[in-house]
Write a protein that binds this ligand. Structure first.
Ligand code: HEC
Length: 332
């Protein structure tokens, strides 16, 4: 400050003091000084409560727990604050990590997103390879146990083969009415999506339902090891922060939006669900309205396509008693 002429330097001191006294700084950036126990989230996102529940719930414990219920995050005057003392009682490692994110007591979205993308896998401890995933969830190539179909959609330039366990799909459909006309999947349900390029599996993307009702997102590369990115243009999808962009939102996508009508191809390639003609059924599409409602963060048409297959089986006289009851219960 020595280079300032005396008058100006006096004015500078006066301005700084005035700023401190009147508290002119943005209110969010006050959290640290108000109580050093709290770190302020300054994320500037539309649904911050959901984002914080999803991310911090996943980091808090392997079984995932609600950070609001545990009073680790509190909301005050529209701002979300991390209570470092409470967090320290539950998870010291996470406390150290969160503190290292900020030296001014405020965490911005960029800081938080970078941290999440760098550390999510370490905290969640997903199976390290597709073989280990298969040990955990079973062999998804078994048609007797998994429901599978192929799709060309917006998520990937590749054709994808998506699998979900039949037992979980049937359970979600059986509970449709009692869950208030919603398709809700059981904890542990896993969607496995193989991305196929010229006959070779080049990636696998996965969603697995957590104890707190959110889904984990993770992915494997061509050699079967966990990968932090899935190929897409113009930018690859970084796991998990870019996954929820579509999966948490309400935007409609092709080919699900047009189904059972065919979707027009996009500049990047075809948009199509590869199912038998006899399995397409307008009544089922109307009943479930699955893609639009996305009752459980799931975007594909699993209930719709499976029920279509069951109706075809019933017509052919090859349906099981269990499946006949599911159709009847839904009035189909
Ligand atoms: C551009 C939008 C978009 C993004 C980003 C996106 N998805 Fe998807 N995802 C979809 C759509 C749409 C479907 C439904 C099937 C289809 O059309 O491909 C889907 C389906 C899935 C499924 C099957 C279960 C379901 O919801 O239907 C999995 C698993 C999945 N995505 C994982 C991921 C992962 C992991 C990421 C991040 C790497 C991700 N998704 C990012 C749009 C997206």
């Amino acid at each position: 400050m020595n280079q300032f002429p005396r008058g100006l330097s006096g004015l500078f001191v006066f301005l700084v003091a005035g700023r401190l006294l009147t508290g002119c700084e943005s209110p969010e950036r006050h959290g640290a000084t108000e109580s050093s126990r709290e770190i302020v989230f300054d994320l500037d996102k539309s649904d911050e409560r959901r984002l914080l529940s999803f991310y911090l719930g996943g980091l808090l414990s392997r079984n995932s727990s609600d950070p609001f219920e545990a009073s680790i995050i509190v909301q005050r005057r529209g701002t979300f604050l991390l209570d470092t003392e409470r967090l320290g009682l539950l998870n010291q490692d996470l406390l150290v990590d969160m503190k290292s994110l900020t030296d001014d007591g405020v965490i911005t979205w960029d800081e938080f997103e970078q941290f999440i993308n760098a550390r999510y896998y370490a905290y969640r401890e997903f199976p390290k390879t597709t073989d280990q995933l298969m040990d955990l969830v079973g062999d998804w190539s078994l048609g007797s146990e998994w429901f599978s179909f192929e799709v060309n959609g917006v998520m990937s330039p590749h054709r994808r083969k998506i699998h979900v366990p039949l037992v979980h799909l049937r359970k979600a459909l059986s509970g449709y009415r009692e869950n208030g006309d919603r398709l809700l999947y059981a904890v542990g349900t896993t969607f496995v999506s193989e991305h196929i390029d010229r006959g070779e599996r080049v990636e696998v993307s996965v969603m697995r339902k957590r104890e707190d009702g959110f889904w984990d997102f993770f992915a494997y590369g061509a050699t079967g090891g966990l990968t932090g990115e899935v190929v897409r243009s113009p930018n690859n999808l970084v796991v998990p922060s870019k996954c929820i962009g579509c999966h948490f939102g309400s935007r409609l996508f092709e080919p699900e939006r047009s189904f059972p009508a065919d979707a027009a191809p996009a500049p990047e390639g075809p948009r199509a669900l590869y199912v038998q003609k006899g399995e397409k059924d307008v009544g089922i599409v109307r009943l479930l309205d699955e893609h639009r409602r996305r009752s459980d963060t799931v975007l594909g048409l699993y209930g719709t396509l499976f029920l279509g297959r069951l109706k075809a089986q019933r017509a052919a006289g090859s349906i099981s008693e269990e499946d006949r009851i599911i159709l009847e219960m839904l009035g189909l």
